[in-house]
Ligand binder design. Structure first.
Ligand SMILES: [Zn+2]
Length: 289
């Protein structure tokens, strides 16, 4: 099947009480590994690339590889642009064939965030693809931050409702205490806030910073309305560590067709584990448009 917009997939996830894994990939082998994970387990899949990866590989190369994967696959696959602040890059990705984009104007004042998100939503609606936006600030939230400061960084439920209404955005990433990268201790997730946002906002919610969130916390967040979980750092580490192991055991190895194989295997297994945490296994059938 062709690449699908992530909107219907994520609406099905929110309604069905599960979550779709959205995995950042940086090479063809990484893309293939997470696609294989989805196929093996009949899970819906969102392939993601950051702006850095778009600049590294080119949006057309990424979209072409994702399109081939989707065309060969029976599970629904969307291709998403993660955390983009630049309208022009968003347009380049849409033109290349992305079926989902994130406009991240969360560092701008509320009104500017609304205006830019709305502009992206109008463009995306013309071609039937998904837009995700962010409110509050994900990342940089330290565990020892004082409560008032922490509160100011997290998304306000009333503001979330107003934001969705004003922008028509299809998916919302509210800052609720997760952070990007690997957590030092357990993440300090504000579950009460997720619940209050989900009460006021009907669109699917996105959990950023999904590397290393313990199983019980993922399940609780999903039960409250999180329909997409982004995982980047953890998968990149698993993939790279497997390559390092090959070279540690055999420093003379020089064939990418050999040293990439254990990396693909390790990444596929890690992606399946995340799909299990998300409750996405066997849910491909619920996510077909
Ligand atoms: Zn993020």
């Amino acid at each position: 099947m062709a690449l699908v917009s992530s909107t219907s997939m994520l609406e099905a996830a929110r309604a069905g009480g599960f979550c779709v894994g959205a995995f950042n990939v940086h090479t063809l082998e990484m893309l293939q590994a997470v696609v294989e994970a989805a196929e093996e387990t009949n899970s819906p899949l969102i392939l993601q690339s950051t702006v850095g990866t778009v600049k590294h590989l080119g949006p057309d190369y990424i979209a072409a590889a994702a399109t081939v994967a989707a065309n060969r696959s029976s599970v629904p696959i969307a291709l998403h642009l993660d955390h983009c602040t630049d309208f022009n890059v968003i347009m380049q990705c849409i033109r290349a064939g992305y079926t989902s984009v994130m406009i991240d104007a969360s560092h701008d004042p509320f009104d500017q965030n609304v205006a830019l998100t709305r502009k992206v939503v109008e463009a995306a609606n013309a071609v039937g693809i998904n837009v995700e936006a962010e409110l509050g600030r994900v990342g940089g939230v330290e565990d020892d931050i004082v409560v008032d400061e922490r509160d100011a960084l997290l998304a306000d439920p009333d503001e979330c409702a107003r934001f969705v209404e004003l922008t028509g955005v299809h998916t919302l990433a509210p800052a609720i205490g997760t952070a990007h990268g690997i957590y030092k201790g357990e993440p300090n997730i504000d579950f009460d806030r997720i619940g209050r946002i989900a009460e006021k906002v009907a669109v699917p919610l996105v959990l950023h910073g999904g590397s290393g969130i313990p199983e019980a916390q993922v399940k609780r967040a999903v039960s409250l309305g999180m329909a997409k979980m982004n995982v980047a750092t953890e998968l990149r580490i698993v993939f790279s560590d497997a390559i390092k192991d090959v070279f540690a055991a055999n420093p003379a190895e020089n064939d990418p067709r050999k040293y990439m194989v254990p990396a693909k295997d390790a990444l596929r297994a890690a992606a399946i584990e995340k799909m299990r945490l998300c409750g996405a296994i066997g849910r491909a059938k619920d996510c077909r448009p």
